[in-house]
Write a protein that binds this ligand. Structure first.
Ligand SMILES: [Zn+2]
Length: 184
């Protein structure tokens, strides 16, 4: 049902921040650093990996499938529709068709994107010109690769990409996984 994305199989780096304390809740909300996508999204990621590799870049993934239980917990923690999907409507993450990611160079160093992942600030918006020119160029490189690979972007978060018309896909519970992600 969902495809596990691994560093070796998909030639990406994984830093699943919700399995660490380095996230906006301050506590690990996943019990393990699992990364899963719907097969359609996994295929689109594969196209993006190929395009990035052609210009000497790779991806570092921060989050992908986010069980609906976790989205409810996030919403209870921070009910901010600018940066989180209302779980009543269903996040594309909970459908397995969204990914949060950045680009890294050949040495694995993250490109400067102007803000970190999950920075809840207008500086994280696409087309923000208050960040450095280099960061703007890096965001456009990410946007270009992901768009060419078939992904839609979200205007408020430079790191978030999802398949078009995500409501075609079902919202999925943690129980879809053999080993649940949710730590609660
Ligand atoms: Zn996202």
């Amino acid at each position: 049902m969902l495809v596990e994305i691994t560093e070796s199989d998909h030639d990406v780096l994984l830093d699943i921040v919700y399995a660490t304390e380095r996230n906006f809740t301050g506590i690990p909300v996943y019990r393990r650093p699992g990364c899963y996508l719907h097969p359609d999204a996994a295929a689109a990621l594969g196209r993006a990996v190929t395009l990035a590799k052609a210009i000497g870049l790779r991806f570092k993934i921060f989050d992908a499938f986010r069980p609906s239980e976790v989205q409810w917990n996030f919403w209870a923690f921070r009910p901010d529709p600018e940066f989180l999907a209302d779980p009543r409507r269903g996040s594309a993450h909970s459908r397995g068709v969204a990914v949060d990611l950045t680009l890294v160079d050949a040495t694995g160093r993250e490109l400067d994107m102007g803000t970190g992942f999950d920075a809840f600030t207008p500086l994280s918006h696409h087309a923000n010109t208050d960040i450095s020119a280099e960061a703007q160029r890096n965001r456009f490189t990410l946007l270009g690769i992901m768009s060419a690979a078939g992904w839609d972007f979200y205007g408020n978060e430079w790191w978030h990409y999802q398949l078009f018309q995500p409501t075609r896909y079902r919202v999925l519970s943690d129980s879809i996984l053999d080993a649940p992600l949710s730590a609660v």
